[in-house]
Design a protein. Structure first.
Length: 122
């Protein structure tokens, strides 16, 4: 089994994070499935207080927010590591609806977020 890639915790202390077991409960999946999602690049985790945590903003009422996994893939293809991805997703950008890429994804503006992520590769 491969190791779970972990981003440095570059999130503001006020950004809510959830332990893996809670993420599994929200998604209705096993903890092993959530760990596989982290390995597959569908989610990004940080280690906080010695425990793997996932930003709560990655989850919505229907599971992982639409467009997140695709955006992570685009950023990986652009050469971003997990820490850089996390930093970009939570960085303010006044020109985006929702002010940050993660909030724009949460408000159904995934196409614009992915377009910007693709543009950074060039």
């Amino acid at each position: 089994m491969s190791a779970i890639p972990i981003a440095d915790d570059v999130l503001d202390a006020g950004v809510p994070v959830l332990p893996i077991a809670e993420v599994a409960g929200v998604l209705g999946q096993s903890v092993n499935k959530v760990r596989q999602m982290l390995r597959d690049g569908q989610l990004i985790a940080v280690r906080r207080d010695g425990e793997l945590m996932v930003p709560a903003d990655f989850l919505g009422k229907d599971g992982v927010i639409k467009g997140l996994a695709g955006t992570i893939t685009v950023l990986a293809d652009a050469g971003f590591n997990r820490t850089e991805m996390l930093r970009w997703l939570f960085s303010e950008d006044e020109s985006l609806p929702g002010v940050t890429p993660i909030n724009a994804l949460r408000t159904s503006h995934g196409t614009e977020v992915k377009r910007r992520a693709q543009a950074m590769a060039f």
